[in-house]
Write a protein that binds this ligand. Structure first.
Ligand code: NAP
Length: 283
């Protein structure tokens, strides 16, 4: 691609950003779509976030992704935070429309899109066990609750955070909490297990957040971790006849939706999936 004075810029703000797959995926996507844009990652320390946003606005950067640890803090620097992002309490995508900055959250919608696309399941029939109550759980919990799942149980190491998230999700659907020691009790009636903790993530690949003996063949087990692709939880679930939903789909579709916010046209999904799968192979 020719890079000159007409080339547009899209960015990633995080801390750290060195291992992000987004630059490779987005640059290939812009190329494939014939769009004159480049995507660049910036490692921004928390105390520099405001300066970074002022700089991006002044330079006319088209938009940016926001990742850990800036997803909440970014909101104070924006002109508007769209309703879903406000309800989740975090922004992962910013669009710069001629100097007006609008924040979106594509994590929850990306998750739901991937779940529907890859499993074809009837969302409204699901009884969900949501493991974890961090940032990812907030986005995914909001998406599932507003899509009308029948029931959500939240389980988290820090019980107060589980209770806080459950109280929030109760606005949209029946939600309760369970202690990690009592998970076996709710697993029998669970149809969709959504694993949003960092337990089992590379390099701690032998770790598993629940007792595998409570997994069963009426479950869909969805693990947000994508490094490794086959977490120990997914392996144990597969062995017990459960259906599997990988974390890569959420990573892909949150990016697809961000691309569409910036560019106002469909993203090259197949190419983006291929880039992610290739770059995560062996990790
Ligand atoms: P976060 O806000 O830091 O939340 C971490 C969660 O994991 C909390 O619920 C925490 O419990 C729990 N946890 C951490 N260590 C634990 C342990 N040893 N035992 C039990 N629970 C533990 O992180 P996040 O942003 O939500 O990300 C969580 C995971 O989701 C990460 O693995 C991340 O890679 C993955 N993720 C994937 C995608 C995707 O696109 N596929 C997107 C976002 C995140 P406490 O509340 O008790 O600390």
């Amino acid at each position: 691609m020719r890079i000159d004075g007409t080339t547009g810029v899209v960015a990633l703000l995080g801390h750290p950003v060195a291992h992000s797959k987004s630059p490779e995926m987005m640059n290939r996507a812009f190329q494939e779509a014939g769009l004159p844009y480049i995507y660049a990652a910036f490692d921004v320390a928390p105390e520099k976030l405001g300066d970074a946003v002022r700089g991006l606005r002044a330079l006319g950067v088209r938009g940016w992704n926001v990742t850990i640890p800036h997803k909440v803090a970014i909101m104070e620097w924006l002109d508007e935070v769209e309703e879903t992002a406000r309800a989740i309490g975090a922004v992962n995508t910013v669009v710069n429309d001629n100097g007006r900055l609008v924040g979106y959250n594509t994590d929850g919608a990306g998750y739901l899109h991937s779940l529907r696309d890859e499993t074809g399941l009837d969302i409204t029939a699901q009884r969900v066990l949501l493991l974890g109550a961090g940032g990812a759980a907030r986005a995914v919990g909001h998406a599932l609750a507003t899509a009308g799942v029948r029931h959500i149980t939240v389980a988290n190491r820090t019980k107060e955070k589980a209770e806080e998230l459950a109280a929030h999700l109760r606005q949209w659907t029946a939600t309760d909490t369970v202690g990690l020691a009592d998970l076996n009790r709710v697993m029998e009636e669970t149809t969709l297990l959504v694993q949003t903790t960092s337990v089992g993530m590379h390099p701690h690949v032998d770790e598993i957040p629940i007792d595998p003996s409570c997994l069963h063949d009426r479950l869909i087990v969805s693990d947000l971790i994508y490094r490794p692709k086959w977490t120990r939880l997914l392996q144990e679930a597969k062995e017990r006849g459960a259906r599997i939903h990988f974390g890569l789909g959420m990573l892909l579709y949150q990016a697809v939706l961000a691309f569409e916010h910036w560019m106002g046209r469909p993203a090259p999904i197949a190419l983006m999936r291929e880039v992610l799968e290739t770059s995560l192979q062996g990790e």
